[in-house]
Design a protein around this ligand. Sequence first.
Ligand SMILES: *[C@@H]1O[C@H](CO)[C@@H](O)[C@H](O)[C@H]1NC(C)=O
Ligand SMILES: *[C@@H]1O[C@H](CO)[C@@H](O)[C@H](O)[C@H]1NC(C)=O
Ligand SMILES: *[C@@H]1O[C@H](CO)[C@@H](O)[C@H](O)[C@H]1NC(C)=O
Ligand SMILES: *[C@@H]1O[C@H](CO)[C@@H](O)[C@H](O)[C@H]1NC(C)=O
Ligand SMILES: *[C@@H]1O[C@H](CO)[C@@H](O)[C@H](O)[C@H]1NC(C)=O
Ligand SMILES: *[C@@H]1O[C@H](CO)[C@@H](O)[C@H](O)[C@H]1NC(C)=O
Length: 484
Amino acid sequence: MKGLRTLFCVASALHWLGVSADMRDAMRKQRARHEQFAQKHAVSAPPVAADTSSGDDDGLLKRQDGSLIHFSNPKANEFFVDGKTIPLGGPGCSSMEGFLQENGPISWSWGQAQPTPNHWSWTNLSNVVWVEQPVGTGFSQGQPDISNDDELASEVFGFLQQFLDVFSELKGSNFWVSGESYAGFYVPYIANWIYEHASELDLKLKGIWIADPSLSYDAVQEQIPALRFVQANQNVFPFNSSFSAELQSISDSCGYTDYLDKFVSYPPKGQLPLVGTNGTFRTTNECDIWDLIIDEVSVINPAFNVYRVTETWPISWSVIGFPESTQEFIYFNRTDVQDAIHAPHINWETCSEGDVYINATTGRPGRDQSIPSTLSVLPNVIEKSERVAIMHGLADFILLSEGTRIAIHCEQEHDWGGAQGFQTPIQNESFHVKDMGVFGNMHQERGLTYVEFYYSGHMTPQFVPWAAFQTISYVLGKTDSPSQ
Ligand SMILES: *[C@@H]1O[C@H](CO)[C@@H](O)[C@H](O)[C@H]1NC(C)=O
Ligand SMILES: *[C@@H]1O[C@H](CO)[C@@H](O)[C@H](O)[C@H]1NC(C)=O
Ligand SMILES: *[C@@H]1O[C@H](CO)[C@@H](O)[C@H](O)[C@H]1NC(C)=O
Ligand SMILES: *[C@@H]1O[C@H](CO)[C@@H](O)[C@H](O)[C@H]1NC(C)=O
Ligand SMILES: *[C@@H]1O[C@H](CO)[C@@H](O)[C@H](O)[C@H]1NC(C)=O
Ligand SMILES: *[C@@H]1O[C@H](CO)[C@@H](O)[C@H](O)[C@H]1NC(C)=O
């Protein structure tokens, strides 16, 4: 293990987990619509990728290029995966999804017939550990027993202590936590727990990186900015004039239309109102414009995908069966794959069908009782960290970038660094990618970096790996600015 830096990635909770019942419904509906469409039009599934044969094996630990591999810790041998014996590639909202399709050394993304090396693997920058958590996710073992994200953080913390017992050479390392989507809850809570229990863990937490994160209520991150998004992306939401008028009328009556212009000012003028709800934090049926948009765009674009709105027919397969399940097998559910990576024979799903939180009173399946991180732990994490970065893809419709702007603005009484939100406006065209030029918008204040990426749907390291790589390089302290 070269260098003493380790990076811990609690990736891709992807909203299937926890509180976001709206998103879970949206995903089920998306699947059901695609199935209906396929049945109606007798569309056949795409061919299955060819099988591969494993080469001969002389028992020595070797990399794929034949070079020998040595571990300073003998225990690490037990965890070693010989790339050769993994059918077609490597080791999910399982962090295994992040590993195989986003920021790992192998890329087997949507529509790829076979895996390819990932030029922008985060392993180029650091040791990386992808963790299946919370219990109930992916390959994790045991029964879910948590009801909030302090409990979640405490379990991850215990895991890290045990991990360091095995890989003791990593003790004292600099450390970062990253994740996507629902990890907008997980990661800040985990980081906060580590900062609050620093003496019990032999790692030096330096910062966090979260992308397309759940930071606030769905009313904020989905509903309020939904129609603005549709209007700014008319090519992919080409609604007819009568439906456009209906949407406008809902937006006007629910308080969405002028929301950003009226309330998101720099510096913020105080607390922001929650609109479209009836006092429960939940959007009322009359104001649920986001679901209505998804329902109607799916009629004219049967391949519509909330995770990347630019998807059009035909539907790309995904080797992990997510977000579409159009193929015959799910890679990590194959017993030969499970054997090769020393994983148990279990039904592996990218996003757990079952709840990963419980109701603390009844012990039965429940929901995350945590307060969104912007309104709770995130300010403390920003203050204690060297670098904190929030990314957002501009083609993501499961969580919208303008909603994230509102969430950052919403820090209410829980501000960080002595003020609320950003004091000066986010400048257009301020994020540049090396050799590509302008690639989005960026803003930095008081230890917080916020970046919006062109072309990216929800899974930023999958869709714009070059941009994600540049921003994680910055968080790790390898560059002075995320923009190059
Ligand atoms: C990552 O490492 C590989 C192998 O050394 C190298 O070919 C590649 O250019 C590196 N990628 C980046 C983005 O630096
Ligand atoms: C609030 O709206 C939700 C969803 O429409 C509904 O189920 C609930 O009964 C409403 N509650 C109140 C207090 O009006
Ligand atoms: C306009 O769009 C709405 C929503 O998709 C649809 O119900 C209606 O039939 C459309 N009207 C025409 C003339 O296509
Ligand atoms: C996963 O594999 C098991 C047995 O190997 C099978 O019963 C199950 O249907 C598979 N699940 C999926 C979603 O393919
Ligand atoms: C837990 O379940 C009990 C009994 O069904 C219910 O009254 C309570 O509201 C639930 N608690 C939470 C936090 O959902
Ligand atoms: C920034 O870009 C957005 C979207 O293209 C545009 O609506 C807005 O007017 C621009 N703002 C400035 C200050 O140019």
